[in-house]
Design a protein around this ligand. Structure first.
Ligand code: AMP
Length: 658
């Protein structure tokens, strides 16, 4: 009988890597078709094929509008920041294509019988985790779970230094600080290893900080020097900028090994030969280093530890090769950072070890015999409540950040009216008291409450963060013994239905032409006036604007899906969102209203995208917006002035308790 192998995939911003556990229990890196361990996380979408990896990376500068890179940075947004063939593509779809290529390299190396753990930065919020899990599903990989990168790195470190026993569990107690600076994200995590137990004590980070930012500083430096030298020269186009970014990245890497390098930049018939010293580079990026230093100190404090309590300082991610990072950490901690595990390989190796644990656990059918892995949530989970005194909305934190997972918490709510049939809670992720500064995860609508409920009837709602950071919610009306139906309408992310459709397309292993049909159905890509075809970035998830969405006594106006799950399983039914295609298209329609650039409609043919003609479409969109605004205004007026709290779920403060 074929043995199922355990594979770990480090889906990085700039490079990805995969490892597996061999027959002797040791991790081995998997080489791609080029015989290399690192595969650039870059994809080019040709009409008849999708090219991922080195070829795409090299061709990138000549492939404007077809190339996608550093997509991990956009996970959790509605679409990748640049258009591909003029279309807006969800980032998880592009990541799905990259994973598809990794899958084929893995099959070539070890055969088809394997299951996978994919890693995410510990600091990824829930929408980004969901998007990563969805990308895995779309790629056709058989996914066991997602795991935090620093946890995986700690496992790899344990394996390398012999801290793990043959079953992969730690032998001795030790506390690690994992400093992970990759291409596009930064994490710092404090982890305690003990026999039978790997416990994350605190984690913090920045999903928008990585080697890319160091590259950009060099790009800015070159461009400003170029501009000074050749003021009449036209601004670089996309291809020229991409070429410059490659030069900057190369120069940055050279400066890790040497104290000086020279950048030669050609543009519009002019050449700039610019020597750059390491000292100059360090001074133009000092604030970036300080940002990571600040977060590191904060994490240590959050773990309740001092540097004396840390036994090892682990470096993960290619950007930790920069001497400025190592010297900052040495000055900060008084320790020499540990470089026993190759920073490019640690995460994939650790993920493979974790995959093996999960497979073992499946085999034994119970709790893992000799290892428990506990992660924490990197962001607080809250709900939007109304502060009765101040009469304003507040983020009421239910599960504070750095809480060990899994964690379930119950909150009691009361109905505000006799015969209230539905109530709605907005789920928030973030630390701020002000809801508008938090990420709106979802609207949890509890519908079809039994008729005739008295005003003030208690409703119990459970929120659960799974050990992989994914969220589930369920509710119950006590005394009636009935589970209330929870509809978790996600503000971000794709529905199960949509993920499934993309999976079918990606797994055909075709080119962009396979996408077009799906895009017509699934996306309504707005046109914009920008010459280079790029689109303005979505606001980061935490800043995304959402409109006021009061529920009515007889059902929230946002009712979009009909078969929403009462419980989200960690990997299946991830969105717990709409089960129907109609619902998903409604959800997409709403997302578009908030996030997409304006659509001038003028260049559309009647057959495109929605099937409406431009005039009809414009009337429809204007009508939709006007009626929505009118509805919101009336709703808001009623809520604020007549009965401010009407029909929102209210915290039954005296009754609150986990
Ligand atoms: P990762 O996401 O861990 O693969 O890290 C990729 C990032 O590490 C990219 O920004 C690379 O430019 C950067 N990197 C790799 N090697 C070096 C090096 N020798 N010096 C500086 N940065 C590096």
């Amino acid at each position: 009988m074929a043995v199922t192998l355990s594979v770990g995939i480090d889906l990085g911003t700039t490079f990805s890597a995969a490892a597996y556990v061999d027959a002797h229990g040791a991790t081995q890196m998997i080489r791609n078709a080029h015989g290399e361990i690192l595969t650039p996380s870059v994809a080019i979408f040709e009409q008849d094929e999708i090219i991922v990896g080195h070829e795409a990376w090299r061709a990138g500068e000549f492939s404007g509008g077809r190339v996608a890179e550093t997509v991990k940075r956009d996970m959790g947004r509605t679409h990748y920041r640049h258009r591909i063939h003029g279309e807006l593509i969800p980032p998880e779809v592009i990541q799905g294509c990259i994973l598809r290529k990794l899958r084929s390299d893995i099959v070539n190396a070890i055969g088809p019988d394997f299951q996978v753990v994919i890693t995410v930065p510990a600091y990824f919020d829930e929408p980004r985790r969901k998007a990563t899990a969805d990308a895995g599903l779309m790629s056709g990989l058989d996914i066991l779970d997602i795991v935090n990168e620093p946890t995986a790195a700690a496992l790899a470190f344990g394996e390398r230094l012999g801290y793990l026993d043959p079953k992969g569990a730690p032998r001795d107690a030790l506390t690690l600080l994992v400093y992970d600076l990759g291409g596009g994200t930064f994490d710092v995590t404090v982890i305690h290893l003990a026999p039978g137990d790997i416990r994350t004590l605190a984690t913090d980070g920045d999903a928008e900080l990585g080697g890319y930012n160091w590259d950009e500083r060099l790009v800015e430096h070159v461009l400003s020097q170029f501009q000074d030298r050749y003021p009449q020269c036209p601004k670089p186009d996309n291809a020229s900028q991409l070429r410059l970014r490659r030069l900057a990245e190369e120069a940055k890497q050279t400066l890790s090994a040497r104290s000086q390098t020279t950048i030669v930049y050609n543009h519009s018939g002019h050449a700039l030969v610019l020597p750059v010293t390491r000292d100059e580079f360090e001074s133009m990026t000092a604030d970036l280093v300080e940002r990571t230093s600040f977060t590191t100190r904060q994490s240590l404090r959050a773990a309740g530890l001092l540097w004396n309590d840390i036994n090892r300082l682990l470096l993960v991610g290619g950007s930790t090769r920069m001497p400025m990072i190592r010297s900052m950490l040495e000055n900060l901690s008084g320790m020499t950072p540990d470089i026993h595990v190759n920073p490019d390989e640690a995460v994939a190796r650790g993920a493979a070890i974790f995959a093996r644990h999960l497979l073992d656990r499946q085999g034994t059918g119970g709790a893992l015999p000799n290892l428990k892995i506990t992660d924490v949530n990197a962001h607080s989970l809250g709900i939007e409540g109304i502060n009765q005194k101040m009469r304003r909305k507040e983020n009421v934190i239910l599960i504070p950040r750095n809480t060990p997972l899994p964690k379930e918490i119950r909150r009691n709510f009361v109905t505000r009216e006799f015969n209230q049939q539905s109530v709605q809670v907005q789920l928030l992720e973030g630390e701020s008291k002000q809801p508008e500064h938090c990420t709106v995860l979802a609207n949890a609508a509890i519908r079809h409450l039994p008729p005739g409920l008295k005003k003030g009837t208690k409703i119990e709602v459970w929120y659960r963060y799974e050990s992989n950071g994914r969220l589930s919610v369920h509710a119950r009306v006590p005394g009636i013994g009935k589970e209330a139906k929870i509809e978790l309408e996600r503000i971000q992310g794709l529905s199960d239905e949509t993920v499934h459709q993309w999976k079918k397309i990606i797994c055909r292993d075709g080119g962009f032409n396979e996408f077009e049909e799906a895009l017509l159905e699934l996306l309504e890509a707005g046109e914009d006036d920008e010459e280079d075809g790029d689109i303005p970035e979505d606001p980061p998830p935490s800043k995304r604007e959402i409109s006021l969405k009061p529920a009515t006594a007889h059902g929230a106006p946002l009712a979009a899906s009909e078969a929403l799950k009462q419980k989200l399983s960690p990997l299946e039914g991830r969105t717990a969102s709409s089960a129907s295609a109609q619902a998903s298209s409604d959800a997409l329609q709403r997302q578009r209203i908030h996030a997409d650039p304006p659509d001038n409609g003028a260049t559309r043919t009647p057959q495109t995208v929605t099937g409406r003609r431009p005039l009809e479409r414009t009337i429809f969109v204007i009508g939709y917006i006007v009626s929505s605004l009118l509805g919101l205004a009336i709703g808001y007026y009623i809520l604020c002035w007549i009965r401010p709290e009407a029909n929102f779920l209210h915290l039954d403060l005296p009754g609150i308790g986990p």
